[in-house]
Unconditional design. Structure first.
Length: 589
């Protein structure tokens, strides 16, 4: 019987297909006595070399598709495969207890896992998870259980899972995996980021959907609205087939329109529209979508899923590649924003009670100048390969901006001394995403070449609503008048100082807010590449004079619903002038 589930739409689009229920690692490990310990040890060696072949292949494939930096996780797994401490203990117990090898391997790993989890440090918890992942791979070979390899899927399917690890996600068959429906996770989880990067519709945060979906049940995933329909009726199926067709026709139409309306308002005012990227693969997507460069490169993703900090050269390659690929457009390299909900296992991030208010972004960088300076060196070296800009996240005031700029100046001096070329005039900007920075934008503007408003965090910090907490998601209101006044204040200060006021939070990718943002004085919008066509189309319908008037009205309204009513009214008027306009569906911020 048809059932509709609501989750969080993390990657837009509609897909229909039978469910592939991905249930990893839930297998029984038997325990029995053995006599030939040598034969048992040889069985383990064979299983380990089979696992090694798989990991090497995964490393090769990921490196090709997503870049070497993201393939690093499999190198970490390969190292764990040889963990001498685990193997020594397994061997000892094999000799003394004469039990089957899979039972001993599972037991020893569990002991190590428990010890590591007791240490109150993220890197040990993540290392424990990696150890279990690798051991499961070896156990599957010993027990000859089939690992549901998403890379081997040969017919189109919707992957339904309780949780999807990054290694499962990067290894899946991109042709046949038409959508993801996942119980856990949210917009900022790594799997969500990857789904968007790979342009696969996805809904996450479905709680326990995977327990109720039978394999091969027909599924509809609407990643734009965050809806999953299990076992749809014939009518629903027909309706969604039509919606899916309309969606892809609309994408084609918008892409085509992009070529003829390259980001200008109705009367020809050019508006810069850029892409946000996390993975190297997104460079191609953003170019295809006609982005005017990259307005936000979330460089912290280079630091995730690997056991070590990427070297200066590794980072330099990634930044220079992006710069070269985008010429003549700019790439805005944001220094790493780790901490908060983005833990990096191998960096010493201690468990914090309020991680969103904790040692995050530039706060972390100023505590670890070694890591920070390496990143800045790599960024500066990349400046001679294209049009590079550098941006700092989570700046809370003038003092902090001066501190990060002082480190940048130090690194410039070091490069100069070493005779390494770089562009000393590289534009340097501050993200505006902390309310205290908004209040000081008149002074901060003197320290910056540009502002970029990070509405994701600005909304979280100004309304005191944790952006990853589903239980208070209804309080997370981009249209809140206080948020609009903050954007207004920032844009005015930027204009007065003669610097661009960009915006790179999720609001930039929602056509519902385009007119309002331009009316408030935002000069450039940066978003996921998938949102570029619809936002560009919206820009082409906007009359700047009317947008400014509407924005003035909006900042004087009392509530978010008043603002939303005003936005609806204006969208309706634009649609009546341009009947071909899309619904302007919100991407569910
Ligand atoms: C933001 O906060 O709006 C932003 C763009 O940065 P992030 O989502 O990476 O915190
Ligand atoms: Mg932010």
């Amino acid at each position: 019987m048809e059932k509709t589930l609501r989750g969080i739409g993390v990657s837009p689009g509609i897909a229909i297909g039978p469910a592939l229920v991905f249930d990893v690692g839930r297998f029984e490990v038997p325990e029995y006595r053995i006599t030939d310990t040598k034969a048992e040890w040889a069985r383990l060696a064979r299983a380990m070399s089979a696992a090694r072949v798989e990991l090497e292949e995964l490393h090769r494939r990921t490196s090709k598709e997503l870049g070497e930096v993201h393939a690093g996780i499999f190198n970490a797994h390969l190292m764990l495969l040889d963990d001498v401490m685990v193997l020594d203990q397994v061997k000892e117990q094999l000799e003394s207890e004469k039990l089957n090898i899979e039972c001993l391997l599972a037991r020893v790993t569990r002991q190590f896992q428990q010890q590591m989890e007791q240490i109150d440090e993220a890197r040990f918890r993540e290392r424990a998870a990696d150890l279990v992942d690798v051991t499961d791979r070896v156990l599957r070979h010993l027990l000859k259980t089939e690992h549901p390899d998403l890379g081997q899927v040969r017919t189109a399917c919707v992957v339904v899972a309780h949780d999807l690890s990054p290694s499962d996600t990067v290894s899946m068959d991109k042709e046949n995996t038409v959508a993801l429906a996942v119980d856990s996770g949210n917009v900022t989880s790594h799997t969500a980021i990857l789904a968007r990067a790979l342009e696969i519709p996805a809904v996450m945060g479905l709680l326990n959907a995977s327990n109720h979906v039978q394999p091969d049940t027909m599924m509809i995933v609407d990643g734009t609205l965050g809806i999953v329909i299990v076992d749809p009726s014939r009518e629903t199926l027909a309706r969604y087939e039509a919606a899916k067709q309309a969606y892809s026709e609309e994408q084609v139409r918008l892409r085509h329109a992009l070529e003829t309306t390259p980001g200008k308002t109705r009367h020809g005012v050019p508006i810069e529209t850029q892409a946000n990227i996390e993975l190297p693969i997104e460079l191609a997507h953003s170019r295809r979508a006609g982005a005017h460069g990259v307005g936000l490169y979330r460089t912290e993703y280079l630091f995730l899923n690997r056991g070590t900090v990427p070297t200066e050269d590794e980072q330099f390659e990634a930044y220079a590649d992006a710069a070269r690929a985008l010429v003549p457009f700019p790439v805005t390299l944001r220094t790493m924003d780790i901490g908060g909900d983005k833990f990096v296992a191998h960096l010493q991030i201690f468990k914090e009670d309020n991680p969103q208010l904790g040692l995050r972004a530039v706060r972390f960088c100023l505590e670890r100048p070694d890591i920070f300076k390496t990143q800045l060196r790599a960024m500066l070296r990349a400046t001679v390969h294209g049009n590079v800009q550098i941006m700092f996240p989570m700046i809370s005031g003038v003092q902090q901006m001066r501190e990060v700029k002082a480190v940048l100046a130090e690194v410039m001096d070091e490069l100069r001394e070493a005779g390494i070329p770089f562009d000393a005039k590289v534009p340097v900007g501050s993200m505006i995403e902390v309310p205290s920075a908004v209040m000081l934008t008149d002074l901060l503007a003197k320290e910056c070449d540009f502002f970029s408003i990070g509405t994701n965090d600005l909304i979280q910090y100004s309304l005191a609503v944790d952006r990853v907490n589903e239980r208070i998601a209804h309080l997370y209101e981009p249209a809140h008048p206080a948020v609009l006044r903050m954007i207004d204040m920032t844009a005015r200060a930027a204009k007065k100082a003669g610097i661009p006021c960009k915006l790179c939070g999720e609001m930039a990718g929602d056509p519902l807010y385009t007119e309002l943002l331009l009316g408030l004085g935002v000069t450039s919008l940066s978003m996921s590449a998938v949102s570029l066509p619809v936002v560009r189309a919206e820009i082409s319908r906007i009359h700047m004079g009317k947008a400014r008037k509407m924005a003035r009205k909006a900042v004087n309204l009392a509530t978010a619903s008043d603002v939303l009513q005003l936005l609806d009214k204006h969208a309706g008027e634009r649609r009546s002038i341009h009947p071909s306009a899309r619904d302007g569906a919100s991407h569910g911020l």
